[in-house]
Design a protein. Structure first.
Length: 266
């Protein structure tokens, strides 16, 4: 029994020499996403009307799997040092944030509520953060952090350019369109909303220029907005490339050292 308990504990904490995600956590992750998928589509009235009973049945099954997961975590909680041994360890786990998140996600499956509360299980996405212990996940986070740190000055310049573009374009649009469209573009803050949607290429269309001068300003803003998106993208890509290059260089150096040590031994 103790051996089984220890094996389940290792599966839960993802204790693998290769750094790969354990089967237990893979199943949990897939179940979480399936549960979220059903919680999302059930908010559509037509789907709820046609397939509500079937989705409720599947939701019961998923809720049962979540209960099994929760009980497994309760059982092995005393094996983790931060919770302590015995019943005290179990109680400390029960009041931990992740255990509370689990309960919030499980309860809507069994109290007969509809989508408004079932959507609460989206909070189980927080559990995904705990199982992202694979080596690739760690490397991606490292490369991203390196890109932000090493290119912070360049990114600040890019942000300054974007803010300046937004302020200048919204100010000129205010002068060009405020008298024609006071309701939509009658102030700089309203024009700032238009400028943000234009620079980001979203273009909701809720406020558009109608004068010739306003259309010229909009055209220039759109073209310059390409740079506002492309510049930080290129900066981050450069940071990623540098980080990967440094990692590859370190690997080559370590391989050379290992090869030379083996040569010396022979």
């Amino acid at each position: 029994m103790n051996e089984l308990r220890l094996r389940i504990y290792r599966e839960i904490i993802n204790d693998s020499p290769s750094g790969r995600t354990s089967v237990f956590n893979k199943i949990c992750g897939v179940t979480i996403f399936i549960s979220i998928f059903f919680a999302v589509i059930i908010t559509e009235n037509s789907i709820d009307y046609k397939f509500g009973d079937q989705i409720d049945f599947l939701d019961w099954i998923i809720g049962g799997l979540f209960c099994i997961e929760y009980l497994c975590r309760l059982w092995v909680a005393p094996l983790e040092k931060k919770y302590g041994q015995g019943w005290k360890g179990v109680l400390r786990y029960v009041v931990s944030p992740m255990a509370i998140i689990d309960l919030i996600a499980i309860i809507p499956s069994f109290i007969g509520v509809r989508a408004q509360l079932k959507i609460l299980r989206i909070v189980r996405l927080l559990r995904i953060l705990k199982i992202g212990r694979s080596e690739k996940f760690k490397q991606s986070i490292f490369h991203f952090n390196y890109a932000l740190r090493s290119k912070s000055q360049e990114l600040q310049i890019s942000i300054f350019y974007t803010v300046l573009l937004l302020l200048i374009s919204s100010t000129f649009m205010y002068f060009a369109e405020s008298s024609i469209q006071p309701g939509l573009l009658g102030s700089i803050p309203r024009c700032l909303w238009w400028s943000i949607t234009t620079v980001s290429a979203v273009g909701y269309g809720d406020s558009i220029p109608v004068t010739a001068v306003g259309k010229i300003i909009a055209s220039i803003t759109s073209l310059m907005g390409i740079a506002a998106i492309a510049i930080p993208t290129g900066i981050l890509a450069s940071g990623f490339s540098e980080s990967i290059g440094i990692q590859d260089e370190n690997k080559n150096v370590s391989n050379e050292i290992e090869f030379s040590s083996h040569s010396d031994e022979t």
